[in-house]
Design a protein around this ligand. Sequence first.
Ligand code: AMP
Length: 173
Amino acid sequence: MGDLADDVRNTIRDVPDFPKPGILFKDITPVLMDTALFGRVIDWMAVEYANIDKIIAIESRGFIFGAPMVEPTGAGLVLARKPGKLPHTVETVSYDLEYGSSSLNIHTDAISPGDRCVIVDDLLATGGTACAALDLVQRLGGEVVGALFLVELGFLDGRRKLHGTPVTSLVRY
Ligand code: AMP
């Protein structure tokens, strides 16, 4: 068993020009197919956060890493979803992507004032998506104690958009 970051880096697949020309897509699906490696990733993610109330998982690959963190952290899972998906009353924020624009919704009753929240996604690129999630949590009175990613495209400096929120990532490019 090698170093976890190296093992993940060596397992991620680079797909050039997806979904648009000029984007080098970091495909994490081979990590999910490796049972032992996926398990080690979740152990690493969960150990970072002992004292949190809510995991804010960003649609859709954030769901994959957020859901298995529920048991080891004891935190509740909150879905930050694309428009038109959540059935109850939502708070909404629009944002720019590395390739396009979108908005994110969270159920207004999913976060209680003072909740300690961690934002989770597969990859931090420009930071627009995570910034929208941060904005949503703060509007509902929650405290974002961290933002957690499997992969960080450091050259895009997405951290800067998170206004000092502690950012943790396993593999950096
Ligand atoms: P951003 O808002 O720019 O930080 O983009 C983050 C979101 O877009 C994440 O949910 C990623 O899954 C996805 N994403 C952006 N760029 C890439 C990339 N180069 N490879 C894989 N996923 C990406």
